[in-house]
Ligand binder design. Structure first.
Ligand code: HEM
Length: 512
């Protein structure tokens, strides 16, 4: 064997030299091969060639980069499935999108071996992945197990007093618009509220957006920019080594995120808890629960994990919750019949001074309106993507080779007419109150606003808790009207659907 190796070495060397000489002598031939032959080879040599889709998408990932860059990728995916009339569409040389919710059920089934793709590895911090960004399934499982209790509904309900304090602050700010009959950028205030609730729940400290009434330090904008970058570069993950993972990146002051408000708050709180004072205070928040879990299970969670998970919660939970509330209000306020029916239900219910989570569960029309908002406009606009395990797999009756990326998009899945009915594109809360319980059960099963399987959203209890409290509270207090009825919200899908333009008039009920 050794003799063979020494014999091969000069051969290999001369092959490399010859190849290099060829490249140097024929740069245009190489360029031609790279630009035309390779993409065509990727298109036609792959078993995925049987699926319809845009020609350019089957040759290069540039289509996905463009689609994400445009901020309208969920619309592109809806349009593709419509155009090709197919439940499977090829959206990249090695990627297909499914439109049938049954396919998503199979994709997310625990134990089927579909793993997160490298897309998620682009989301920071790469050196210490959190629950969302961790692509190693076994490591993810351990982190999620120990974070499950801190994120449970019971733990989140312990934060109720702090959520209510934040609600009261929001109300005091909205009252000013009502008192002065001023136009309110309600969408912005809901965004500030979602951030400040997370500050309280994660770190027992508001970030100060509600108090200031502005995007303090442009922190929200910074997160949106970062998510936009993640979404685009995540389509071609190796590009991250050229940009954010490039050590030169942090030398450009506005590219560094170390001093951003959210990160500063998280780091400050962590240091404070680890100091002598921290030991004395009984914090009932996410950071503290994670510190306790880390102390009890140091073999499973490192100190870096505590920071990454608590910090990651702000990124995963802010735009998502804000976007869902904005969609809810836009759809309800856009339809007088629905608005009146919902207000009547809320006003005739005997609700506590601050609406409680359990009380909101007993408002069936409100629950239907909320579910319908999450159906028609799920907060995640990009695809959720998984990789086919070694040996290949079958999804929804379609055989796929190993390594294929399989994408599902909530905006597409939730418009499936065979599940949600012929009017699937219409906002109609009544579909959730249908007498046919089996049909409703099937629709429930086909909802993916929180993802699914082992990666189902761990923060959903918090999101539902705060939305169930604050939304009925606001509808009970204010008669809300759109400034521009009929005008859709502007949006930009980075990972989440970031929306703006929800301008309203707020009028205190009972006041002439
Ligand atoms: C209405 C609000 C929310 C929506 C619609 C939502 C949606 C989602 C979705 C669709 C996923 C799956 C993503 C994927 O598999 O690629 C997810 C995962 C996740 N979400 Fe949420 N989310 C919301 C609120 C929150 C909140 C408030 C937090 C934290 C406090 C949070 C933390 C997370 C985390 C850590 C993951 C990763 C879970 C895992 O991979 O195991 N989310 N979310």
């Amino acid at each position: 064997m050794e003799i063979k190796a020494t014999e091969e070495a000069p051969l290999t060397k001369s092959a490399v030299v010859t190849a290099w000489q060829f490249v140097a002598a024929h740069p245009f031939v190489i360029l031609f091969l790279l630009l035309f032959v390779r993409p065509l080879w990727r298109r036609y040599s792959s078993p995925l060639r049987q699926f319809p889709g845009p020609f350019i998408a089957s040759c290069t990932r540039a289509w996905k980069v463009w689609s994400t860059w445009s901020g309208q990728t969920e619309q592109h995916h809806i349009a593709l499935h419509k155009k090709y009339g197919s439940p499977v569409v090829r959206i990249a040389p090695n990627e297909v999108s499914f439109s049938n919710p049954e396919a998503a059920v199979e994709l997310f089934k625990t134990g089927k071996g579909f793993h997160k793709t490298d897309f998620y590895g682009v989301f920071p911090p790469p050196e210490n992945p959190d629950i969302f960004t961790e692509t190693r399934e076994a490591v993810h499982g351990v982190k999620k197990r120990y974070a499950a209790t801190p994120y449970s509904l019971a733990s989140m309900q312990q934060c109720t007093p702090r959520i209510e304090e934040t609600e009261k602050l929001l109300i005091s700010k909205l009252d000013e618009f009502a008192d002065n009959n001023k136009i309110c950028d309600f969408g912005d205030w809901l965004h500030f509220f979602a951030f400040d609730v997370l500050g309280e729940v994660a770190f027992s400290k508001k970030f100060g957006f509600l108090d200031a009434g502005v995007d303090v330090d442009r922190a929200i904008k910074t997160i949106d920019n970062s998510q936009w970058y993640n979404g685009i570069v995540g389509q071609v993950p190796w590009l991250d080594y050229l940009f954010r993972r490039n050590p030169l990146w942090n030398l450009i002051p506005f590219m560094s995120s170390k001093n951003a408000l959210i990160t500063k708050t998280a780091l400050g709180q962590l240091q404070q808890r680890q100091g002598p004072e921290g030991e004395k205070v009984e914090y009932k928040d996410l950071l503290n629960s994670l510190i306790v879990a880390q102390k009890e299970h140091p073999e499973a969670l490192g100190p870096g994990d505590v920071f990454a998970i608590a910090h990651g919660a702000i990124f995963a939970g802010s735009d998502s919750t804000a976007s869902t509330m904005q969609s809810f209000f836009w759809y309800v306020l856009s339809n007088k019949r629905i608005y009146d029916k919902l207000v009547e239900e809320i006003m005739s219910a005997n609700l506590s001074e601050m609406v409680m989570y359990n009380e909101a569960q007993n408002l069936p029309y409100f629950q239907a309106c909320l579910k319908e908002a999450m159906r028609i406009a799920p907060a995640v606009g990009l695809n959720i993507t998984r990789k086919v395990p070694p040996g290949g797999a079958e999804i929804d009756g379609v055989k796929l080779p190993e390594g294929t990326a399989v994408a599902v998009n909530g905006w597409v899945l939730h418009r499936n007419k065979s599940v949600f009915g012929d009017d699937a594109e219409v906002y109609r809360p009544e579909r959730w109150l249908d007498d046919d319980k089996e049909k409703v059960k099937m629709m429930e099963r086909c909802m993916f606003q929180f993802g699914g399987g082992s990666h189902v959203c761990i923060g959903r209890h918090l999101a539902l808790l705060e939305m169930n409290k604050v939304i009925p509270e606001l509808l009970r207090r204010y008669d809300i009207q759109l400034v521009n009825p009929g005008k859709k919200l502007d949006h930009h899908s980075s990972f989440f659907v970031v929306q703006w333009g929800l301008l309203t008039y707020m009028r205190l009920r009972g006041k002439a």
